[in-house]
Design a protein around this ligand. Structure first.
Ligand SMILES: [Zn+2]
Length: 207
């Protein structure tokens, strides 16, 4: 593990942000662990530090980073880190960078609200906290494409996909930490078979 990865894993552990049990993910899959990034991002100085590390990862590997003028994240998980990454890019580029977010309508469709807009002149970095199946990433891509925005790259603090190639995105993808977590199809979930109570993160007190 490199130092960035170590920093993220240590900070997650310190704040009890890696939970063990039986979780229903927003993707519909079941999992034996759950990452609650909000527990570290609730501290602005940590959120800023993580954003700086993610920015360094992007800058060191992606020469077009200077073209980025818009950061977009899916609500709610991506909002804080998206805002901080936009701030860091702007500071390093002496440019005004916008940070906006997508959210779901009542019928579950991902969209832009609050008067946010995207145009053909926007060069976009997608920022998320955790990418699992890439479903929300794809939904953000769709929102951007419908508005003719230009996606340059994807990024997240944590990559917890089973297999990156499954994502099937044609954009470069940058992250700080790859985390191997077992995801299960509910039909064949061993935790269900053991009768362990399924928890939907966010739906329980203290969660
Ligand atoms: Zn299960």
């Amino acid at each position: 593990m490199d130092t960035k990865e170590n920093y993220v894993i240590e900070i997650l552990k310190t704040h009890n942000a890696i939970l063990e049990g039986h979780f229903l993910l927003s993707s519909g899959l079941h999992s034996d662990k759950y990452i609650q990034c909000a527990l570290v991002l609730q501290y602005p100085e940590i959120a800023e530090r993580i954003a700086e590390l993610l920015f360094e990862e992007i800058r060191n590997n992606f020469s077009m980073w200077e073209d980025i003028n818009l950061v977009i994240s899916p609500a709610l998980g991506g909002i804080i880190i998206g805002q901080e990454v936009a701030r860091v890019i702007g500071r390093n580029n002496n440019k005004k960078i916008r940070a906006i977010f997508t959210e779901r309508t009542d019928d579950g469709k991902m969209t832009l609200r609050r008067g946010f807009d995207i145009t053909y002149s926007d060069n976009i970095l997608i920022v998320e906290d955790v990418v699992t199946t890439g479903r929300s990433t794809q939904e953000v891509i769709d929102v951007v494409k419908e508005r003719n925005g230009n996606i340059l790259a994807l990024s997240s603090i944590i990559n917890r996909t089973e297999n990156e190639n499954d994502l099937n995105f044609k954009y470069p993808y940058f992250y700080l930490m790859k985390l191997k977590i077992n995801n299960y199809d509910p039909k064949i979930c061993p935790l269900c078979k053991q009768g362990i109570k399924l928890v939907k993160p966010g739906s329980r007190k203290n969660f």
